[in-house]
Design a protein around this ligand. Structure first.
Ligand SMILES: CC(C)(COP(=O)(O)OP(=O)(O)OC[C@H]1O[C@@H](n2cnc3c(N)ncnc32)[C@H](O)[C@@H]1OP(=O)(O)O)[C@@H](O)C(=O)NCCC(=O)NCCS
Length: 169
């Protein structure tokens, strides 16, 4: 699959696959640098590894050829509950952003959630994270709660939800 930026020459081939235990250190570093930036690093390799081995959690990776191998351009982690799914993490490397990689990852995770019988997806996002807020709003997520000090008392979050039973956009 080719992912195009608005500028045609910036297309990159993307392959989606399930995360593997060997990905844990890379995903954890991406979580530290792009998601928990400025906060305490809580998604360390061990925690990512537990998510990778957890049957109720899906770890989806978007990777692209780089040099002789492949590079993880982005990933998403979603945990399935009884009726609700929770988006735990979602990140794309800066050099691959604005190519709809996050959008695609999230849509694929939502499809899995629907198949698993989930009626809703919940997530928390830092209040100042305009890029993520815009992405989630565009995908039909609505803010349902303001959570002051959610991130270790240092930063507040917005809880957002999307009703998966509503008609497809
Ligand atoms: C938020 C993030 C995941 C978006 O990844 P991405 O692959 O660049 O996003 P997409 O290309 O799929 O964007 C889809 C839509 O979201 C919105 N969006 C994404 N990035 C945006 C930005 N920087 N500014 C404004 N809108 C943005 C746009 O509406 C975009 O559609 P468009 O490009 O057609 O205008 C990425 O910026 C990131 O990894 N940030 C750091 C980690 C993070 O914040 N994770 C989410 C919270 S856990």
């Amino acid at each position: 699959m080719l992912y195009r930026n608005r500028m045609e020459h910036l297309e990159v081939p993307i392959i989606h696959r399930s995360g593997r235990v060997a990905d844990a250190p890379i995903i954890a570093r991406m979580a530290r640098d792009y998601i928990e930036d400025g906060l305490r690093w809580t998604w360390r390799p061990r925690r990512i590894q537990r998510a990778l081995l957890d049957r109720k959690t899906t770890v989806l990776v978007a990777e692209t050829p780089r040099g002789p191998g492949m590079e993880i351009a982005g990933f998403g982690i979603m945990r399935f509950g009884i009726e609700e799914a929770h988006l735990s993490l979602l990140a794309v490397r800066p050099s691959y952003r604005r190519r709809r990689i996050a959008r695609n990852l999230l849509e694929r995770l939502e499809s899995s959630a629907r198949v698993a019988g989930m009626g809703e997806v919940q997530l928390e996002v830092r209040t100042g994270n305009d890029a993520a807020l815009e992405l989630y709003r565009q995908l039909g997520y609505r803010e349902v709660r303001h959570l002051p000090g959610y991130y270790g008392g240092r930063e507040s979050a917005l809880r957002m939800t999307r009703d998966l039973t509503a008609e497809a956009r």
